[in-house]
Ligand binder design. Structure first.
Ligand code: ZN
Length: 151
């Protein structure tokens, strides 16, 4: 039976965002649900909710630990790449002082400077593999209906 709402998203049937699209939106610092911009409050923080669709970003207590794990994984992979590249390029004559300076900059600077990016990327990753519940979707719709500017 074909209903009048066929093809339209409802609270019971929220729009399905493909995993790769949700992740891509997060990597580009956009809302994983709608792709809306302006979700970053500062270099380290994202807004509480999306100004476009109303989705609440911190889904549970301790939610941002995933972002910390993500930025740590990026640092580890980058640091290992630097060491492997240095050993490959310089052989027995590795400039360890220069490598140490670069390693310190990467291991200290990247977690600080990349934390905001890690948060939006984590949101995209989480949204892709753990889509919002019906309750979270309803909360987003309600939030936008009550006060769309209160994000
Ligand atoms: Zn949104």
């Amino acid at each position: 039976m074909v209903g009048a709402d066929e093809g339209r998203a409802t609270m019971a049937d929220p729009p399905k965002v493909p995993e790769w699209r949700a992740l891509g939106r997060g990597v580009r610092c956009r809302c994983p649900r709608c792709g809306g911009r302006h979700i970053v409050a500062s270099m380290f923080e994202v807004k509480d909710s999306c100004p476009t669709c109303g989705m609440h970003f911190q889904r549970e207590e301790g939610y941002w630990l995933g972002a910390m794990a993500l930025v740590t994984a990026v640092v580890v992979v980058l640091f290992a790449g630097i060491i492997v590249a240095a050993l490959t390029l310089f052989g027995d004559d590795v400039p360890w002082t220069g490598i140490t300076i670069v390693a310190v900059l990467v291991n200290v600077g990247l977690p600080i400077l990349g934390y905001g990016w890690a948060k939006t990327t984590w949101m995209g990753l989480d949204y892709a593999f753990n889509p919002p519940t019906t309750t979270e979707e309803a909360d987003a719709i309600t939030r936008m209906a009550i006060d769309p500017d209160a994000t």
